[in-house]
Each structure stands twice: as C-alpha cells, then as structure tokens.
Design a binder for this molecule. Sequence first.
Ligand code: 6PG
Length: 260
Amino acid sequence: MIKDLHEIKIYSTPIELADRAAERFIQAAGKAVAEHGRFCVCLSGGSTPRAMYTRLAEDPWRGRVPWPAVHVFWGDERCVPRDHPDNLYAMAWELLLSRVPIPAENIHRMPGEAENPETAAAAYEDLLREFFGLKIGRYPRFDLILLGLGADGHIASLFPGTAGLKETQRLVTANYVPVLNARRLTLTLPVLNNAAQIMFLVAGASKPQVVRSFWGRSGEDQYLPAGLINPQSGHVLWLIDQAAASLLEPSDYGSADDKA
Ligand code: 6PG
C-alpha cells in the first residue's frame, strides 16, 4: 500500500462511522452527478455497511441523494439464491434500495443464483462492458466502490492466496475460496483499482490486527489482498471505528480523528 494515496479517519462508534460514511456517499453522488450526470457506485456486503445503508434510507440522508441518477452495482456476491439470507443484493434491497426512489433499471445486481458461477461472472462482465461502453482491454471507472475488510485481509471476494487475485484480463471472476469451499462472484483488482474513489468501512473487535498490518509500522500489508488496493488515479478513504483501530498509535496515522 502506498500510504500517501490513502486517507484514514477514525470514529469512536460504529454509528458515528455509519453517519460519516453516509455523508461521504452523498458528497460523492453530488460530485459525480454534477460532473457527468450519473453516480455509479459498487456496494459491498458484510455486516459493517448495514448501518450506513439504513441511514441512507432515512431522512434527512435519503432526500439528499439524487436517486434517479444513481446506478448501483456490487463488488461481490455469494453464489446462493436471490432470497437466501447470505445474498448481498437481498441485504441491500431490504435495508436501502426498496426504501428509496431509485429506478429499478438502475439496480445492476450480480446473478449469484445462476447454476454456473463462471457463466454468471461472464454475464456480469458483459453487463459492465455494455453499460460503460468498454472496449477490450478497458476497465469501468466507478465513482465510488465500497469495500469491507475481512479479518484475514480479504476485500470483496478476493481472499488471500486465491486465484482471483491474479486475474488481470477479466472484470469479474467466479473466485474459488478454499476456506469457504465455495465460489463467489467478485470484481477483479484492475476494476477495483480503476475507481475514482474507494471507501473502506471497517468496524469491530475482530479487526485490530488486520488494521494494524496496514496502518501500523510492520509493513505486512503487501501479503494481503487489501494491500493491493492502489488506484492509479483515485482516492482511498478508510473509515474505521475505534474498536478496529485499537492497536494503532496516533503516530501510525497522523491527526486522523477529525469529523470530516
Ligand atoms: C461479503 C463481503 C466481504 C466483506 C468483508 C467484511 O462477502 O460479505 O463483500 O468482503 O466486506 O468480509 O465484512 P464485515 O463488514 O462483516 O466485517
């Protein structure tokens, strides 16, 4: 990780983190719509963004998002039926998308329920190529990609040591994850690293070690998938709660604990 390109903010509670994340989402949406008329955002799964999704579905946040111009995509998806409790689309639909005036055609979900995950990954890649009008060899530029951080350093469904991390041609892959004995659909690193902005949401008592491996002085991060996030021309923002940051020293991150 090239720390100069990454910014860190630490918040005392997960609720404060969710509020600030919702605020950043609204800012990114306003900027993107002002600049090019639409806001293309990739949602993440995991438990951490749940509070932010809930916030965005409530007033006053809800009324500040230009929903008709928002296009929602996913960074990864579990290979389960659409109504399965592990389905990431279902989570975002329940907490956020069913509660806001986003046009149905602006919701671009990964088809995790497909019988063949490879075919599903190829279909989502085709969808991205068509939506962004991409030529071969080009990657989509999302305005914002939300990412969580696994305690093992995984991002989206790119887990340590998995083949998906080496993918350089495909936009989407059906990554086999040995620790889960399952395939998961996931965007690939070149797509993540082509985003205008990446926002990590990291909270909870299972995260201090992995957070320290990025923001502490040990330099272990190069062994972890999240250490491979280095957009060429994008901004990376880490929003972390105090529980997850508990092993950091203030000198690890400078004066990061502001309310911005
Ligand atoms: C998923 C995710 C995954 C998640 C991390 C962090 O499949 O759920 O996309 O990458 O973001 O595992 O999850 P938590 O927010 O629950 O810690």
